[in-house]
Design a protein around this ligand. Structure first.
Ligand SMILES: Nc1ncnc2c1ncn2[C@@H]1O[C@H](COP(=O)(O)OP(=O)(O)OP(=O)(O)O)[C@@H](O)[C@H]1O
Length: 336
């Protein structure tokens, strides 16, 4: 559904002779199969939106090629646009008509009949908690309502490939959960392909079949969340040893199966790949060595751990790095 090779976008900023180059996207290869939900994750300014704008034909690549839904983004932009849905970060522009009419007009532009557009629009209004707002002008809606209306506009013509740029930013938890359900439904019920950008780690974890991480304009990882966590970070095993004199032996045993060993008083920690399998043997080993434990904790790595291992920076810290990125971070750690 998406096949990009060596995509590059270089912006020139500044005036006169003081022009500087911003390498927003610095050579991206991407392959997205039909029916996949791909989460495109990265800190502010990593190049997510710029990549999306090239894939949706809104921005001409400085270099590289991309085929989207079978069409070339540079030479077949009209065909690409007809085949996709796109919900941008800034939202849709509305003409000043009622919300429902905006949706119907938009769908008819894509060739739907008025009746079909109306039915699909009403269904989406119900699913996205916009019931009762069909005859409300978008300018008189709350931020969250307008965001959900954007999403209706992106989905109403039932595209087989949907691009969502930070779809749940600004939504309350209930609306986020509804939207997640809806995005899953797009794939499960209609076999749609979904490419969404986010900097909510829990969102990427919950929704995406595959996670592609971009940092400073380059793809640094692409795999399922589970594989990324297993390969890159390892689980954190934290042993609380019963007495201080047994800490050294515990550290030696844990160190034999793990990495990044740390000792803090009676706690011995290390990262252990697939700890679920390794821990039973470790416990037998400790027992045989006469080490008694007060507790043991096994923590699954987070996507932030993955990012940290790959780039040496936490996704949270990286949020402030990018030129021109806002100071505030919208990263959310809950539920990772
Ligand atoms: N029109 C432009 N002119 C100059 N620089 C730009 C332009 N658009 C984006 N950039 C820069 O390119 C880089 C990548 O921006 P982009 O919006 O793609 O990042 P992002 O990963 O989508 O970030 P966010 O999560 O904040 O939306 C940033 O450094 C940004 O400041």
């Amino acid at each position: 559904m998406i096949e990009a090779r060596g995509l590059v976008q270089t912006f020139l900023t500044g005036q006169g002779r003081k022009k500087t180059e911003v390498h927003a996207v610095a050579g991206v290869d991407l392959d997205v199969a039909e029916g996949e939900v791909v989460g495109f994750l990265g800190p502010n300014g990593a190049g997510k939106t710029t990549t999306l704008r090239m894939l949706t034909t809104l921005l001409k690549p400085t270099a590289g090629t991309a085929r989207v839904a079978g069409y070339d983004v540079a030479t077949q932009a009209v065909q690409v646009r007809r085949a996709i849905g796109y919900v941008s970060q800034v939202g849709s522009t509305f003409s000043g008509a009622y919300a429902g009419d905006e949706v119907v007009d938009h769908a008819m532009l894509y060739g739907m009949t008025r009746r079909a557009a109306h039915a699909k629009g009403q269904e989406l209004f119900a699913q996205l908690d916009l019931e009762g707002l069909w005859r409300r002008m978008p300018k008189n809606m709350s931020g969250g309502q307008k965001r959900r209306l954007d999403i209706v506009m992106g989905l109403v013509h039932e595209p087989g490939l949907v691009f969502l740029d930070e779809p749940t930013t600004g939504l309350d938890p209930q609306a986020r959960a509804n939207l997640w359900e809806h995005i899953r439904g797009l794939r499960d019920r209609r076999g749609a392909t979904v490419f969404l950008t986010t900097h909510y780690l829990d969102e990427a974890d919950a929704l995406a079949d595959r996670i592609v991480i971009i940092d400073k304009g380059r793809i640094v990882a692409s795999d399922t969340a589970d594989n990324l966590k297993a390969q890159v970070a390892g689980d954190l095993v934290d042993l609380e040893v019963a007495t201080l004199d047994q800490v050294a032996v515990a550290a030696e045993r844990l160190g034999a199966i793990g990495e990044q060993l740390e000792v803090a008083e009676r706690h011995v920690r290390a990262r252990v790949p697939r700890a679920g399998r390794a821990v039973p043997g470790l416990l037998r080993d400790l027992d045989a060595s006469g080490v008694a434990l007060d507790s043991i904790e096994v923590l699954r790595p987070t996507l932030d751990d993955v990012f940290l291992t790959l780039t040496g920076r936490s996704l949270r810290d990286a949020e402030g790095d990018a030129p021109g990125s806002p100071e505030s971070s919208e990263l959310e750690g809950a539920g990772r």
